[in-house]
Design a protein around this ligand. Structure first.
Ligand SMILES: Cc1cc2nc3c(=O)[nH]c(=O)nc-3n(C[C@H](O)[C@H](O)[C@H](O)COP(=O)(O)OP(=O)(O)OC[C@H]3O[C@@H](n4cnc5c(N)ncnc54)[C@H](O)[C@@H]3O)c2cc1C
Ligand code: FES
Length: 319
């Protein structure tokens, strides 16, 4: 799918929303993401970005934070201008409004983690005027409040939508005390959490201790993994004419990248499907099968970022 940039909005000092027109209808559930592909210095790179607009909006919106020394976020913020075109994959992801269901919602966001929650929130309010939703947004400072104006307007318009900012610089943070003071019925709510891993782990722990049992999280970064042990694990990947050694503990994606094989990998967490490859079914250990059908698994398809070779394997890389 091709996206043409038709608008750019500065949200905060380091966060920008890009508005796109797609060359085909984009079908998604609020909360899902899209993978963008960009060419930087002749190399294709892909990254996942949550859709912050609604299904049916005339323009698709992605809200992107500049990550220090981040390859793709800096490229996008510094380079993309109105009229530019980008290649994108179809929307994907399991963190969405259908997973949250029809209970009252508690949405917990830190920083840029508000993007998927914002789409879910707006969609639910558009469907149900009196939806009972509480959004707690943790920010580093007042200047980092993404979607501040839009959220304030929603809170003023919808009777049962409550919005609270927890401002780090003012000593406010999400803990058991602030949670209990702001939300007295956590156990009755579906909880959707998005933010840095440490925030999500702590938030999940708090809401679970408060009795919530429908809790979902979305990580923007792959989980920290043990350092790959160098040295060959004894197996080899064959890709076309290349023979690549596999280091102990390495994923197939890491072996391919180390060998210089071009491969898309937008999330590196086994959720977006962009790194799908095919090999011999019995020689691959899959750590995630999200988005793969039973038939594809039988045919040897796997997600390279979330798979290890457990034998010599011939890999066909999807491009
Ligand atoms: C499902 C999903 C949805 C996402 N939605 C959004 C979104 O709506 N908006 C958005 O801005 N990003 C989002 N991301 C993150 C995005 O895909 C990229 O990871 C991010 O833009 C950094 O890419 P980069 O190429 O600039 O950094 P890289 O070059 O990949 O990384 C550079 C360094 O920054 C660290 N890093 C990577 N990502 C982050 C981060 N998010 N915060 C802090 N440090 C980081 C890396 O560990 C590395 O050390 C999402 C990711 C996923 C998996
Ligand atoms: S990179 Fe997203 S599933 Fe592998």
């Amino acid at each position: 799918m091709q996206l043409t940039c038709v608008g750019i909005q500065q949200e905060t000092a380091d966060v920008v929303s890009f508005l796109f027109l797609a060359d085909q209808p984009v079908d998604f559930i609020p909360g899902q993401f899209i993978s963008l592909m960009v060419s930087i210095e002749g190399q294709t790179a892909s990254r996942a970005y949550s859709i912050s607009s609604l299904p049916g909006d005339s323009r698709l919106r992605l809200t992107i934070k500049r990550v220090p020394v981040g390859r793709v976020s800096n490229y996008l913020l510094d380079t993309i201008r109105i009229g530019d075109r980008l290649e994108a994959l179809s929307p994907a992801g399991e963190f969405h409004s259908q997973a949250a269901g029809n209970n009252p919602w508690l949405l917990l966001a830190a920083g840029c983690g508000v993007t998927p929650l914002f789409s879910m929130l707006k969609a639910r309010l558009a469907e149900q005027f009196d939806a009972d939703i509480c959004l707690l947004c943790s920010v580093r400072s007042e200047l980092d409040r993404i979607f501040f104006r839009e959220l304030t307007q929603l809170a003023a318009h919808y009777p049962n939508f409550r919005l609270h900012w927890l401002d780090d610089s003012a000593g406010e943070c999400l803990d058991m005390t602030s949670l209990a003071a702001l939300v007295d019925d956590v156990a009755e709510r579906s909880v959707m959490i998005c933010g840095p891993q440490g925030y999500m782990d702590a938030a999940r722990d708090m809401v679970t201790r408060s009795g919530a049992n429908n809790v979902h999280t979305e990580a923007f970064q792959p989980p920290e993994r043990e350092q790959v042990v160098s040295g060959n694990n004894g197996f080899t990947l064959s890709v076309g004419d290349m023979r690549l050694p596999i280091a102990e503990g390495q994923t197939v994606l890491e072996s391919l990248e180390q060998g210089g094989v071009p491969i898309l990998a937008a999330c590196r967490s086994g959720i977006c499907g962009s790194c799908k490859c095919q090999g011999e079914a019995e020689r691959v250990e899959r750590l995630s099968t999200v988005g793969l059908s039973a038939e594809e698994i039988e045919q040897g398809y796997f997600l390279a970022c979330s798979a290890r070779a457990i034998g010599d394997m011939t890999v066909v890389v999807n491009r």
